[in-house]
Ligand binder design. Structure first.
Ligand code: MLT
Length: 334
């Protein structure tokens, strides 16, 4: 009788220990706005690989590509309430929830990959991480670097502000980008990313802007013929984790999440350096005509910086904040 009791007790202990182990092993969901082969996907793959390795293979991160888990802006809400674990999305789709990240969306502030790396990985980036936790309930744990958002369209070569008149341009639901196009004399059409390909295909809109890498991975060359090399926004696409989910994890898992995010970030910068030129060449080989804006983009730059920057000083946290960024980048203050 005693032996039976000991046996059943030890079975119970073993069983519950087994359950604990099973309950602890987890597959986290990662929403990805873009398609396979995109910089977002590349960052996500690296994150998943590093996270698995850092947890000894116990925990996994599973990617859901092509906006399968909702539009990029919806994934911020879902992560904020803890119904989604992670999301990789363009920074412009976080700005509506945490306006200070707008400093990275202001036209013509970030002018190269090196500047994007310096800002995101330095103190300005760290501050934005904290603000985004506070304002949006999500924590940025990695940064995808995707390149300049160039303008694609199905109508004609566009080289000047004048050429742009009358073209129907889709933009993300982002006030800074809407106002930038307005400064160029165009009233753009705000639309979720997940609806953009179909809208271009059905000619509801003529044009949109996104990096070469995104245009390529999303196969926009099937429905767009021309590209203008605008450099108004360098696209940065953070990997966010739900703050509620993050705070629920043991310190070792939190550490693995943060470290895997850092590794993926380093990888993303290298991926862009290694791939963008070939991708651009391939888009040309697929028939896209690529044009530079006239006069070194001067009219686009002057109009956007003069009209848009002052309008958003308050929302980004004051004019001083922009000046700090400009100083860090070695540019003249405003
Ligand atoms: C957008 O245009 O909404 C985003 O930049 C798309 C993306 O995440 O690639």
């Amino acid at each position: 009788n005693k032996i039976a009791k000991v046996l059943s007790l030890s079975t119970a202990v073993l069983f519950s220990a087994g359950l604990t182990v099973m309950a602890e092993a987890k597959t986290f969901k990662v929403a990805v706005g873009d398609a396979g082969g995109s910089p977002q996907h590349e960052l996500g793959k690296k994150f998943a690989e590093a996270f698995k390795e850092k947890t000894g293979g116990k925990h996994k991160a599973k990617l859901f590509l092509n906006g399968q888990l909702g539009s990029e802006q919806d994934t911020v809400n879902d992560a904020a309430i803890g119904s989604l674990d992670f999301s990789i999305l363009a920074i412009n789709n976080i700005t509506p929830f945490s306006p200070t990240v707008g400093v990275f969306t202001l036209p013509y502030v970030i002018q190269s990959l090196d500047e994007a790396v310096e800002l995101t990985q330095g103190e300005v980036g760290q501050e934005l991480v904290e603000n985004t936790v506070r304002d949006a309930g999500v924590r940025i744990i990695g940064w995808t670097y995707s390149g300049f958002r160039v303008l694609s369209n199905s109508k004609k070569p566009i080289k000047s502000v004048e050429d742009l008149q009358g073209v129907v341009v889709r933009v993300p639901k982002n006030e800074i980008m809407i106002d930038t196009y307005k400064s160029w004399g165009v009233n753009p059409t705000p639309m979720a990313w997940s609806e953009t390909f179909t809208a271009l295909q059905q000619r509801v809109v003529d044009a949109q802007d996104n990096p070469y890498m995104t245009i390529h991975s999303m196969k926009f060359y099937e429905v767009q013929d021309y590209i203008t090399n605008l450099r108004y926004i360098f696209s940065i696409e953070p990997l966010i984790v739900s703050e509620a989910v993050f705070q629920d994890q043991k310190p070792a898992i939190q550490k693995a999440i943060l470290e895997a995010g850092k590794e993926a970030t380093q990888h993303s910068a290298q991926f862009l350096r290694d791939s963008e030129a070939a991708i651009k060449k391939d888009l040309a080989a697929k028939g896209m005509q690529i044009h530079d804006p006239v006069n070194g983009e001067k009219e686009f730059i002057d109009r956007a910086t003069q009209a848009v920057w002052p309008k958003f000083y308050d929302s980004i946290g004051g004019k001083d904040k922009l000046n700090r960024v400009l100083r860090l980048l070695g540019r003249s203050e405003v």
